[in-house]
Design a binder for this molecule. Structure first.
Ligand SMILES: Cc1cc2nc3c(=O)[nH]c(=O)nc-3n(C[C@H](O)[C@H](O)[C@H](O)COP(=O)(O)OP(=O)(O)OC[C@H]3O[C@@H](n4cnc5c(N)ncnc54)[C@H](O)[C@@H]3O)c2cc1C
Length: 422
């Protein structure tokens, strides 16, 4: 077994909290978590968790609380600009039959709260308000981290679970790689459910795509999450952060006009429904979508990045949390092997990179569909969607399940002994 007795985790998002639970329960390792925020954040919209992530959530012991707090999404429905239905796709029947799990949309905060309460139940130490300023690594003895308040800690292994703007990555593992703007930005809100709605509903308008989806049906407070994805150029300012802050203020102040303009294009009862959702919205979040480019270093001798810190992708494939969980489960198995830590970390990358890169590319393609369109492009997009749904209906009796292979994937079934024979 690699000589790992103590692990320090930076970041208390889904990756960090899940890693703490898994390493504590399965590997019996002493774990400590450090989080930069003063308390768990209440920011964030609603996220997807498909079957490949839900089975891991179940193994972590929080599946029941997530089912209670989220919405099962049985289908995807695409609407035309006239308000007609272009097609619908059963998301889960085949996948549920194979795995026992469905597909849920849930507030990010509910996921974080459920994981955090398990961490606290096990007595795993977690320290908030800790801003990392230095990482010092000795390949033989361990990694030492220092915080802005002067405190420090040393461990056999440092896990960077601190998201897309990871300090562990910037300070130590790969200072060169930078998040890049995807070209699209998102405006979103969670509103009380105006009327019963099943499934995830997408409408492509000339200005971007509008998605509405229940995200808390099973709880007492039924809620609907909507988001508008649009192409917005990166601000032309020396400091991008200042430019985005200025742009964000304008978007948030003028959100009613933007939404009324976008939804006014949509006809029929569906258009009226979208406008009712807009009228229930009091405030919005606006955020430019950044991602990490492919490549980049994921580990050194005694540090490894997981989740968004290693491979943040656009949200348009709904796999952010599930990829973080798969990282956690694979790493915890590899750390139990007889091989050296270096070998375990090398194998981790070998297994994870192809799957992550495939999802990241899909997410970028899906995000591109939200780009502004003229009348001809709109007609071609709608025709293409219509034809795709019809083709699927014809071929669905074959093995053509929607994302079947990707969503039935079980990271715990990856043969990690295979590498030893190479
Ligand atoms: C506030 C927030 C809102 C989000 N909203 C959405 C959303 O609406 N839709 C969506 O698809 N995805 C969203 N995401 C991303 C999504 O949660 C991630 O793709 C997924 O959860 C992967 O989890 P992660 O733990 O790797 O990263 P994250 O969820 O980003 O968690 C990283 C954690 O590390 C902490 N952290 C950051 N820097 C430091 C530091 N220097 N020291 C210590 N801790 C640090 C952060 O505060 C956070 O708790 C959001 C992320 C955040 C942080």
């Amino acid at each position: 077994m690699p000589q790992i007795n103590k692990v320090v985790i930076i970041g208390a998002g889904p990756a960090g909290l899940a890693a703490a639970l898994r390493l504590h329960d399965i590997n019996n390792i002493s774990v400590t978590i450090y989080e930069i925020r003063e308390q768990p954040t209440h920011l964030g919209g609603a996220i997807n968790i498909p079957a490949n992530g839900l089975r891991l959530i179940d193994r972590l012991g929080v599946y029941e609380s997530l089912l209670k707090g989220g919405s099962i999404i049985p289908q995807l429905v695409v609407h035309s600009i006239n308000g007609n239905e272009l097609g619908r796709l059963d998301y889960i029947a085949k996948i549920k039959a194979k795995t026992g799990y469905e597909f849920i949309r849930i507030k990010r905060t509910v996921v974080v709260d459920a994981l955090l309460s398990e961490v606290q139940n096990r007595g795993i130490p977690i320290h908030f308000n800790k801003s990392l300023v230095a990482v010092d690594e000795n390949a033989k003895t361990g990694a030492t981290i220092t915080f802005s308040d002067g405190s420090s800690d040393t461990a056999d292994l440092l896990l960077g679970c601190d998201g897309i703007h990871s300090a562990v990555r910037k300070l130590h593992v790969d200072p060169k790689i930078r998040p890049e703007y995807s070209g699209v930005s998102s405006m979103s809100s969670i509103v009380p459910m105006p009327t019963e709605l099943a499934g995830m509903h997408t409408t492509f308008t000339s200005q971007g795509s509008v998605v509405v989806v229940p995200c808390a049906e099973n709880s007492q407070e039924k809620s609907l999450f909507w988001f508008l994805t649009r192409h917005i150029p990166e601000p032309d300012t020396a400091d991008k952060r200042d430019g985005w802050n200025e742009h964000r203020e304008k978007e948030v102040a003028g959100f009613k006009n933007t939404l009324e303009e976008v939804t006014s294009e949509v006809g029929g009862d569906w258009g009226s429904f979208l406008r009712a959702v807009v009228s229930k919205t009091d405030t919005v979040n606006f955020y430019p979508i950044y991602r990490l480019p492919h490549g980049g270093v994921w580990h050194t001798s005694r540090c490894v990045l997981i989740g968004d810190a290693a491979h943040a992708m656009q949200p348009h494939v709904g796999q952010g949390v599930s990829m973080a969980l798969e990282d956690v489960f694979l790493l915890s198995r590899l750390l139990k092997k007889e091989s050296s830590l270096q070998e375990s970390l090398r194998q981790f990358e070998t297994v994870r990179r192809p799957r992550i890169e495939e999802f990241a590319s899909q997410a970028a393609n899906n995000g591109n569909r939200a780009r502004q369109k003229g009348p001809w492009q709109m007609a071609i997009t709608e025709w293409g969607m219509w034809a795709w749904f019809r083709a699927r209906r014809v071929f669905s009796s074959w093995s053509w399940g929607f994302r079947e292979e990707e969503w039935t994937y079980d990271i715990d079934r990856v043969d990690i002994d295979y590498f030893d024979a190479l």
